[in-house]
Design a binder for this molecule. Structure first.
Ligand code: FE2
Ligand code: FE2
Length: 278
C-alpha cells in the first residue's frame, strides 16, 4: 500500500498548499491513501467542519490531529460521527471522537490509523506507550473485546500507521522502538519542522521524528515572525497571527507490504521548501 502522509496543515496557507501541491503528488506517487494532520488547519489553531471539508475535498482521505483539536467546539460532534477525522487516543473517556480507526479503501484493502499525544512538555494524559501497546494488541486480535465483532473486523489489519503528536524527540524515538515490527509506520507531528531521520527500523517499521508542516515554512511554525518575536522578546501574551508568504508542503511517502504490514520504504516529501542555497 502506498501512503502519503502530510505534516501539520497550518491555516489558510496550509490548506492552499495542500490544494496546490496534492494533485501533482497524487499523479506522481499514485498513493492509495493520503493522510494529513489537521490540528492547525483553521486559522492556525484547531479544525472546523468547513476546513476539514476543504482538506477532504482537496484529496486528503483521513485527517489526524493533536493538542489543538479542541479549539473549535463545532468539531466535537463531527469527531463523533465522521470516522475520517481522528483525535489523539489517549484523551480520557468522554472526550468526543476516537483515536484509532480502521479504514477500508475502495479496492477493499484496509488500514488502521492510530493517533497519540506525547506527554513530555505536554498535557498529562494517559500514557501513550501503554495506550499504543493496548491498541496494537487489539489490532492483533489478542484483546478479548474482539469477540463481539463481525468476522470481517476480526480479521487482522496489517497496515497500521501511527501519528505520534509529540514535542520531545526522545519520546518519539522511544515509541518508534516500542512499536517496531508491530505497526507499519510511526510518524511524528506537532513540531512543524521536518526531520532528516526517515528510516526503516530493524523489524520493518518506518520511522520519522517529524513530518514537518504545510503552509508558510519561512515563519515561526506557521505563525508570523513579528508577532512571535514580540512574544519572545517581551514575554507578553501577544497571541498568534498566521504568516503570509511562499507556500510549502512537507510530509513523507511510504510503501508498505500489504501481507506483512512491514514498510518497504519511506522517503521525505518537500515541495517548494526554503533552500539551503541561493
Ligand atoms: Fe501543530
Ligand atoms: Fe500540536
Amino acid at each position: 500500500m502506498r501512503i502519503l502522509f502530510l505534516g501539520d496543515v497550518v491555516g489558510k496557507a496550509g490548506r492552499s498548499a495542500v490544494r496546490q501541491f496534492l494533485p501533482k503528488l497524487r499523479k506522481e506517487l499514485a498513493p492509495d491513501a493520503v493522510l494529513a494532520n489537521a490540528e492547525n488547519a483553521a486559522g492556525g489553531l484547531g479544525l472546523t467542519c468547513a476546513t476539514a471539508d476543504e482538506l477532504l475535498s482537496a484529496g486528503a482521505d483521513i485527517l489526524t490531529s493533536g493538542n489543538h483539536i479542541w479549539k473549535h467546539r463545532e468539531i466535537f460532534s463531527r469527531l463523533e460521527k465522521d470516522r475520517r477525522i481522528l483525535r489523539p487516543a489517549n484523551y480520557p473517556e468522554g472526550a468526543p471522537g476516537r483515536g484509532c480507526s480502521v479504514f477500508t479503501l475502495k479496492d477493499g484493502r484496509r488500514l488502521a490509523v492510530l493517533n497519540l499525544l506525547g506527554l513530555t512538555f505536554m498535557e498529562p494524559l494517559a500514557c501513550p506507550f501503554h495506550m499504543a501497546d493496548a491498541l496494537v494488541k487489539e489490532l492483533d486480535g489478542a484483546s478479548s473485546d474482539m469477540a463481539g465483532r463481525s468476522e470481517g473486523e476480526r480479521e487482522c489489519v496489517r497496515v497500521r500507521l501511527v501519528d505520534f503528536h509529540a514535542e520531545a524527540t526522545a519520546e518519539k524515538k522511544a515509541l518508534g522502538w516500542l512499536l517496531d515490527g508491530r505497526v507499519s509506520a510511526v510518524l511524528g507531528t506537532h513540531t512543524h519542522v521536518q526531520t532528516a531521520d526517515a528510516q526503516l527500523l530493524p523489524k520493518g517499521t518506518a520511522y520519522l521524528t517529524d513530518l514537518g508542516m504545510c503552509g508558510v515554512e519561512q515563519s515561526s511554525l506557521g505563525m508570523d515572525f513579528d508577532v512571535a518575536l514580540e512574544r519572545f522578546m517581551t514575554r507578553m501574551p501577544t497571541g498568534f497571527k498566521t504568516a503570509a508568504g511562499e507556500l510549502s508542503l512537507n510530509g513523507a511517502f511510504l510503501d508498505i507490504d500489504d501481507e506483512t504490514g512491514r514498510a518497504r520504504s519511506i522517503r521525505l516529501i518537500r515541495e517548494n521548501c526554503p533552500s539551503a542555497q541561493h
